[in-house]
Design a protein around this ligand. Structure first.
Ligand code: MRU
Length: 371
């Protein structure tokens, strides 16, 4: 139903990546073409493409771009191109695990196919060896198919999450207020409906009348710019509030549930999401309001025991000292700008995943659901 596509691969193995430029929304619909790995890296860093699943999908396609020039060369060049591209893109953003998970998946597909250089001396005999070229093209096709699979699996996970979440929230009264933070809609997925907003979209499809309150989400305003845009496009009743209004709005009885997405969930359920999420979860607990997280199983990182170990991205000070291009803090002001925070599992009523809901949120329940 969307008139826009967040992420699109154009063409075959020699194609390129097309991204909806989320830095320009909602006032302009502009697409950015990525034809080099550096284009993809910059697009992820600048938040042209953003949100946990989306940056994983974009990075997977980025690997396909990284090997294009090596396809016609020897096996060693191909192997190097894959490794260098994967290492490079993995550094684009640290917090959302979907990015490194997608890259690891691409790398392991390439490793499984092997490289002729590693199979015998003939393979490295010439820079342009037709045997190698044939093999490299096979690798390139396989990697593109894998990137497309990551994209379409993500779409299916969004749909499953939406169904489970809508079942869980089916008893909300008509007209209930739902607070969300940051943006977790179709803009965080390659071609799906997203995470937290996907649940809201599904409830609306089922005929539930809701009123969504969107935190503006300082400093980069994903709530004001992107969530409000998505909700209004779909005709869902919504109101924008500034982040600091959440407590008052809760006390006024306008919020019956909070739902957000996640960037990485540790084995014990501690959840990293956009800065401010922890405050909202704490407020929800203080007001007796359930706090839900919607996240695909690809957002769990069972190798990390607890939230304190999740790497938190720090971003440029200008994001806080300036509003758009207007300087608001004194020149030289010291700034601390963590882009994410960690909500302890104990504050989360349930995690909604594509495999069903986890509640209470505890390591054993998470492992049962995921394995
Ligand atoms: O810095 P961003 O805009 O990439 O942060 C995105 C979020 O924090 C989302 O809430 C998160 O990715 C969950 S939605 C999949």
């Amino acid at each position: 139903m969307d008139a826009y596509s967040t992420i699109r691969w154009s063409g075959d193995v020699d194609g390129h990546l097309v991204l909806l430029d989320q830095t320009r929304l909602p006032t302009e619909i502009v697409y950015v073409e990525c034809r080099s790995v550096s284009d993809v890296d910059q697009s992820i860093r600048r938040l042209v493409v953003r949100g946990a699943p989306a940056i994983g999908v974009a990075a997977a396609y980025g690997v396909c771009i990284g090997i294009q020039e090596a396809t016609g060369l020897n096996a060693e060049a191909m192997r190097l191109a894959i490794n260098v591209t994967c290492d490079f893109l993995e550094g684009s953003r640290p917090t959302a695990v979907n990015l490194s998970a997608a890259i690891n998946r691409m790398q392991s597909v390439a490793d499984q196919l092997g490289f002729p250089a590693l199979l015998g001396p003939r393979a490295t005999s010439s820079k342009f060896d037709s045997h190698n070229v044939t093999h490299n093209i096979k690798v390139a096709r396989r990697l593109l198919a894998e990137a497309r699979a990551i994209d379409s699996e993500d779409r299916e996970m969004c749909a499953a999450m939406a169904r489970h979440g809508a079942d869980l929230l089916a008893n909300l009264p008509d007209g209930a207020g739902i607070l969300t933070h940051c943006n977790a809609g179709a803009l965080v997925s390659g071609s799906g409906d997203g995470t937290a907003l996907a649940v809201i979209f599904e409830l609306a499809r089922r005929g539930k009348r809701l009123h969504v309150l969107a935190d503006e989400t300082r400093p980069l305003m994903q709530g004001a710019r992107l969530t409000m845009w998505e909700l209004m496009q779909r005709g869902i009743e919504c109101t924008l509030i500034c982040d600091s209004a959440a407590a008052q709005v809760m006390r006024e009885g306008r919020i019956q549930a909070v739902i957000t997405g996640a960037d990485r969930i540790a084995a014990n359920g501690d959840t990293a999401n956009k800065i401010g999420t922890y405050s909202v979860a704490t407020l929800a607990r203080a007001h007796g309001i359930p706090f839900y997280v919607a996240a695909p199983t690809t957002t769990f990182d069972l190798s990390i025991a607890e939230g304190a170990k999740i790497p938190i991205e720090e971003r440029a000070s200008e994001e806080i000292t300036n509003i758009v291009d207007h300087q608001v803090a004194p020149h030289g002001a010291r700034v601390y700008n963590p882009a994410f925070d960690v909500t302890p599992a104990a504050l989360i009523t349930a995690i909604i995943t594509d495999r069903g809901c986890i509640s209470p949120v505890a390591e054993s329940a998470i492992r049962d659901r995921l394995t």
